[in-house]
Design a protein around this ligand. Sequence first.
Ligand code: NDP
Length: 330
Amino acid sequence: MTTTTTARAVIVTKPGDGSVLEVQDIEVTPPGAGEVQVEVAAAGVNFIDVYKRQGVYPTPTPFVLGEEGAGTVTALGDGVDGFSVGDHVAWAQAGGSEASVVNRRTDDLVPVPDGVDLETAAAAMLQGLTAHYLVTSTFPAKEGDIALVHAAAGGVGQLLVQLLTAKGVTVIATAGSEEKLEIARRRGAAHTIDYSSTQDLAAAVREAAGRGVDVVYDGVGKATFDASLGSLRPRGMLVLFGGASGQVPPFDLQRLNRAGSLFITRPTLAHYVQTRDELEWRAREVLGAIADGTLEVEIGGRYPFDEAAAAYDALEGRRTTGKVILVPTA
Ligand code: NDP
């Protein structure tokens, strides 16, 4: 393969809000050594894209947005082993994913098993790998534990609730509306709390749990941080994995002492897929659970690339449940 290919792509033209996104034709070179070319079936919409678009994670502009996707291998670069034209593949952490054709390093790819369609695979990768490492490695929750999960109707949230309840963990779920709480209950949450209308969230959690909880999985950040600390039992762990409401400002470490010798960690996916074996293990378990029906991924929004700005607007505006994906054409 020697010629370039034209692809449609979602481009960030300069740092800013959704209005800086443009959908343009770009030229894609043939795949380089160790790369394959992929016809993209769907790309996942994630908060990290928002942070990059805003310039919070500085990225030179213009750039193609998106970290995650799934599609079909159409061409192989030199030295590629273990992948063939026609394979279904997915990835979670490779920039420039919102294009109809992409070149991907094979190190970033995992195979999509039979029984998982490509849109679901794209929807499951980044949030699925995240939920997996949070419950198996960051705080390996076990039967009998009580966990608090914030934004439980969201992408990571719904997966967390399912993975935790499958382990015999009692889940207390929060969300911002009755409709979202109903989703959390369907996913297995034993108790639900609308944190948008609760005065003393920590007290409500403690009442539901009958004690302080063992772990809090908090991807909301600034708005929930104090209540998360206040919900924990002595020596409990706050897993602060995101800041959908804003980043938590610096705080006094003595608070951990006074509140009960608490633990706090701020994990990120890249550090939990450091080796090929670890990436393959987590992806196999997540995609395998989807294939056998034990893990469900809600695709709560599906937008063509041309409407990418609307997709991000919905995510940032708290109007989504489950996962939002982009597809090259409507
Ligand atoms: P979600 O689908 O959970 O969407 C975010 C949800 O957060 C909203 O739907 C909303 O739910 C809640 N929320 C509360 N306050 C706000 C606010 N001010 N603005 C926007 N949303 C708010 O998103 P994801 O599942 O994609 O991501 C969840 C979190 O996980 C994010 O912080 C993300 O950065 C983080 N993340 C971290 C990773 C890691 O490895 N550390 C990897 C992947 C994601 P409600 O209406 O119920 O309040």
